[in-house]
Design a protein around this ligand. Structure first.
Ligand code: SF4
Length: 551
């Protein structure tokens, strides 16, 4: 592999840590790339491979479709009041469940428009009147994010036994996360709780056979891509089937198996952490509302921050990866999100990712008053501005954030490089650009100092470069060579933090040779050697916008 070649023979003395030598490598890569492409682009494109896991040949970048984007635009939406009426009628038995699939109850059109410096959604139900909510507090941010959408995945195929929900049917790809709720019980009773756990007056838990059937169906259609299996609830670790469910997901071939957890069980019981790791658990989405007791106390459990810290320690000690999942409620904890990034950077040996999730008014919060909803509504664009302000400008809204789906530009090269016989496609998140965003920060593991990767790595150009590699399809060797050039030519050593070596930017994008089971910070670890190039890790910061009935 090109990156192995690059690092072969690298010793502390010869390492390309200096700005000058890194700059030379980048410049030479740029020259080589341009020379290669001057010929490559003139030749007829190579034929795309047809992997076993896919419904057809790998898509070229220009074959990918996109939903309507930009604003003003019209979109499909729901009346918040009609939906509740229909749901009640289904539960009462006065309306059939099938009506949800066939009759489109509650569906109305919505207009997405810019007004008064915001992007808002307006919709009018003939019965219940006008509803207005905010989608973005910075139109320029939303416009940029939408412009960077890389395109949809394959059309889903052989999936009629799975996707039959009516208008909300999945039509493209398979998503990136399969959430499997194991129970509606919980050992907490928060507000907010998107599931209304513990309060509906009955226990709802699938049998183990039900859970197996859900997982089996998940591997039964194409594209057969790796996805995150997220056991959720309620609190999934309370389910008596939890460890069995993890082991079964592992057995049938998934390897990113996670729990969406409040962390109490993992904090209390190190033996349970070990058992979860042994069963195949890869990571956790750990509920984490802020640094310190104050930012967690609205959950109603004393010493909750101490519990979180203990859970992180226990999980990391057994090798389970930690993602901090932060529900951001405007006026409650949005003023502490920069501190969370700093906390994660200081604990980069234990925390891989932060997933910021602006509150969605579902479950326990669906009946929130209009006044409180407007006060607590929080947008992804607002989040990027708060992070800029709270982190002294280290994360910039219009420079450092990309749609989550843009990463599929990179994974499409990986799909090509692993060949037609691979059993699984790479995980590929093609979510709508209004739905998920991310940025990457490089962190000095010794000092906790961090900088945005995109300050010194031209990710936008990199996406374009990898599209050229997949579209021209020149076979493995030439594709690896081009990928190496693309990574190195987009690295600007003069803007990188002092001491950041070009070899680490290569490790960051270096794939596992056989499949996608490859963690970025494991790749950046130099096999136990305490060298200066091993000072760097990467923190992923994501923003996930979950829709509710109003937006
Ligand atoms: S820990 Fe999660 S599932 Fe449990 S009550 Fe709180 S938000 Fe709901």
């Amino acid at each position: 592999m090109f990156s192995d070649q690059f690092r072969r023979g690298e010793s502390d003395k010869s390492k390309l840590t200096g700005v000058r030598s890194s700059k030379i490598v980048s410049t030479l890569s740029d020259v080589a790339w341009k020379a290669f492409q001057s010929v490559n682009k003139r030749l007829p494109e190579g034929e795309a491979i047809r992997p076993k896991w896919a419904p057809g040949p790998l898509l070229k970048s220009y074959e990918r479709s996109a939903p309507p984007l930009g604003f003003p635009r019209e979109t499909d939406s729901l009346c918040p009041r009609c939906v509740k009426e229909v749901r009640t009628a289904v539960i009462d038995g006065t309306t059939s469940l099938e009506s949800l699939m066939n009759e489109h109850p509650g569906e109305i059109k919505a207009q997405i428009v810019e007004e008064n410096g915001q992007v808002v959604m307006r919709k009018t139900c003939p019965k219940h009147g006008l509803f207005v909510d905010v989608m973005a507090t910075d139109p320029a941010f939303l416009e940029r994010i939408e412009s960077l959408f890389f395109g949809r995945d394959f059309k889903a195929a052989e999936d009629s036994h799975v996707h039959k929900h009516g208008t909300s049917n999945i039509k493209f790809g398979r998503g990136a996360v399969l959430t499997v709720d194991l129970t509606n019980r919980c050992n907490m009773m928060c507000n907010p709780c998107f599931m209304d756990a513990n309060q509906v007056g009955y226990v709802h838990e699938p049998t183990f056979e039900d859970t197996k059937a859900i997982l089996d169906r998940a591997v039964s259609f194409k594209p057969r891509r790796q996805v995150i299996i997220l056991f959720s609830g309620g609190e999934p670790t309370i389910s008596p089937d939890y460890l069995k469910a993890v082991a079964y997901a592992k057995k049938i071939g998934f390897y990113r198996i996670l729990a969406a957890t409040n962390g109490i069980r993992f904090a209390e019981d190190i033996e349970f952490c070990k058992a979860a790791k042994a069963a195949g658990q890869h990571g956790v989405y750990l509920q984490f509302d802020g640094v310190g007791e104050e930012k967690n106390k609205h959950r109603g459990v004393g010493n909750l921050f101490d519990v979180k810290v203990r859970a992180i320690e226990n999980l990391a000690s057994v090798g389970i990866k930690v993602t901090l999942v932060v529900t951001i409620v405007n006026t409650i904890n949005n003023d502490g999100i920069g501190q969370i990034v700093e906390f994660a950077a200081r604990n980069i040996d234990k925390v891989q990712t932060i997933a910021f999730q602006p509150v969605s008014f579902t479950g326990r919060d669906e009946d929130v008053s209009d006044e409180l909803r407007i006060k607590q509504r929080y947008t992804l664009s607002g989040m990027t501005h708060d992070l800029k302000d709270q982190l002294g400008g280290r994360m910039q809204p219009l420079r450092d954030w990309y749609p989550l789906s843009s990463y599929s530009a990179f994974t499409s090269v990986m799909d090509m490089l692993q060949g037609a016989d691979a059993p699984w496609g790479w995980s590929s998140c093609n979510c709508h650009p209004n739905c998920g965003i991310f940025t990457l920060a490089v962190v000095n593991k010794k000092t906790g100092e961090f900088s945005s990767l995109f300050e010194f790595f031209n990710y936008e150009q990199f996406m374009k470069d990898v599209a050229v590699i997949t579209d021209t399809a020149r076979g493995k060797k030439l594709s690896y060579a081009q990928l190496g050039m693309a990574i190195m030519r987009n690295f600007d050593a003069s803007k990188a933090p002092e001491g950041f070596p070009i070899s680490q930017i290569i490790n960051l994008f270096k794939p596992s040779s056989t499949n996608a089971n490859s963690d970025r910070n494991d790749r950046m670890t130099s096999a136990g050697q305490d060298t200066t190039s091993d000072n760097w890790r990467v923190l992923c910061v994501e923003g996930m916008w979950f829709q509710d009935l109003f937006n």
